[in-house]
Design a protein around this ligand. Structure first.
Ligand SMILES: [Cu+2]
Length: 497
């Protein structure tokens, strides 16, 4: 496993870009954003206008940390500008209530649930081929378990209570131990009552480095989330309401990025590992201040890096970017009204010797290619929800007229079979469909193989084929990662024998 580094907690204290405080109304649409006076807290000072800050950030990076040191000390991993990144992970993840500074410093704190005293939980960083060994301790008042999202994992370690492991009840623990086969950007999160537990903050990044990582000056994890909180920071305790479930899910009132570094130099080459950890919100995302390429989606390298353009990241999806810094790195959520600022990484000095090599592809993952002709073809139709048609399920949502998990799996596949699944979104909402234990190819309209993902976004009334080699034995969940949809019927499971 990764080195258990005693100094890690101290050495990774660089947290977080500058955050602007902007709310949108609780109706949850992207319209009608309500703006607090725009301001940024840096070095404890409050600046009245965001624009005034460009290029005038403090030079002491350690002081440029608007998030509370108390609560976020262990959330970040990459120490800026160190030539060698530090692999590291604690040996225990302990879930318990925490307090987090979600709003800018000086505004109210938010009572959440987290791991090891913080939300997000600590960044776990390993190298491909390592074995992750982690004791999960549950100090919550209810059951929980940890799912290691996107890892082609041994089934018994997948973290789905009742399907792959017993529930880890309050006061109990569970030992996870599994190999990390593929380099990439992954994340871990609760997989019990996830519409509430993840919304309360039970998640963190899981980074698996290449054995020979691409040369960058900084490797920065950027989680994007929204929280349904009052303007005081207090969480709004309306989890699990059926209105949310039947519509787009629990959309937040406040959103921002949480980045593992607060500053970059002009000319730095950076790797940005974007993770949408929200329970429901699809984030369109624009990133200013960099020029580069997308090199991986959902952890898996692209054969050829792609232009960045405008990103659209569904809950649970990841995007890896390698890029050169030209200016303050600003993350913006474009809306129909004014752009909603999600946070920035400050510009601080200039890199005297920038990396100039072209940005090439990451080393390909060693994974079985799908057969030219699929062994099986099946259809999975999403039905239900508000403004949806009638369906035969007994809950809000269904797959093929069946809501929730049944005693028998939806499908049983022989190990190694290539299966074409036609995903049909016959509803009025987008859905991000996640398959556990495997990645799959999105099939393009012309029939060619597209991105290799573990979560695919289907817009309302959209249809897409995916092609998967089911080569990992066990019981695997397949569900919508809008977690309220999952909770109210949009999930099923397959068996690979
Ligand atoms: Cu959904």
């Amino acid at each position: 496993m990764g080195h258990l580094c005693a100094a890690w907690g101290r050495s990774v204290s660089l947290a977080c870009a500058v955050y602007l405080t902007t709310f949108w109304n609780i109706a949850g649409t992207q319209r009608g954003l309500w703006n607090k006076p725009r301001r940024c807290a840096i070095n404890g000072k409050v600046f009245p206008h965001h624009q005034e800050l460009t290029g005038t950030r403090p030079v002491n990076r350690r002081d440029a940390m608007p998030l509370s040191r108390r609560h976020f000390l262990t959330t970040a991993a990459a120490l800026a500008c160190l030539p060698h990144r530090v692999l590291g992970a604690p040996a225990i993840l302990r879930a318990a209530p925490v307090t987090a500074q979600i709003l800018p410093e000086g505004d109210g704190e938010t009572a959440l649930w987290g791991y090891n005293g913080s939300s997000p939980g600590p960044e776990l960083r390993y190298r491909a081929g390592d074995t992750l060994e982690m004791r999960f301790e549950n100090a919550l008042d209810e059951g929980s378990a940890i799912h290691w999202h996107g890892i082609r994992i041994e089934n018994a370690m997948d973290g789905v209570p009742y399907l792959t492991q017993p529930m880890v009840e309050s006061g109990e623990s569970f030992d996870y131990r599994f190999k990390l086969p593929d380099a990439g950007t992954y994340w871990y999160h609760s997989h019990n009552r996830s519409w509430e537990q993840v919304a309360r903050g039970l998640y963190g990044p899981l980074i698996v480095e290449e054995s020979n990582p691409p040369a960058v000056d900084q490797d920065i994890t950027v989680m994007v989330d929204d929280w349904r909180i009052e303007r005081t920071g207090e969480i709004i305790e309306d989890f699990g309401n059926r209105h949310d479930f039947s519509h787009a899910g629990r959309l937040g009132t406040f959103a921002r990025v949480i980045a593992s570094s607060g500053a970059v130099r002009k000319g730095d080459r950076v790797r940005l590992r974007l993770i949408n950890v929200a329970t429901a919100r699809v984030f369109p995302l624009e990133i200013a201040g960099i020029e580069g390429k997308i090199v991986a989606l959902d952890g898996m390298p692209l054969p050829e890096p792609q232009e960045i353009g405008s990103l659209l990241i569904a809950p649970a999806q990841r995007v890896d970017i390698i890029a050169d810094v030209q200016d303050t790195v600003a993350f913006v959520f474009p809306t129909r009204q004014e752009p909603y600022p999600l946070g920035e990484i400050a510009l601080q000095g200039e890199n005297p010797s920038p990396i100039t090599e072209p940005i090439g592809p990451l080393p390909a993952a060693v994974i079985t290619a799908p057969a030219a002709v699929a062994d099986h073809s099946v259809t999975l139709k999403m039905q239900g929800g508000a403004m949806g048609g009638a369906h035969e399920g007994d809950d809000i949502w269904s797959f093929n007229g069946v809501s929730g998990l049944t005693d028998v799996p939806w499908q049983t596949f022989q190990r190694g079979q290539t299966v074409r699944i036609t995903l049909v979104n016959d509803t009025s909402f987008p859905h991000g469909i996640h398959l556990h234990g495997h990645h799959f190819h999105e099939v393009r309209d012309d029939g060619s193989l597209g991105a290799f993902r573990d979560t695919t976004l289907l817009q309302r009334q959209e249809t897409r084929d995916i092609l998967c080699v089911f080569d990992n034995p066990g019981k695997w969940l397949m569900h919508c990662h809008m977690l309220g949809h999952q909770a109210s019927g949009m999930k099923t499971w397959v068996v690979v024998t």
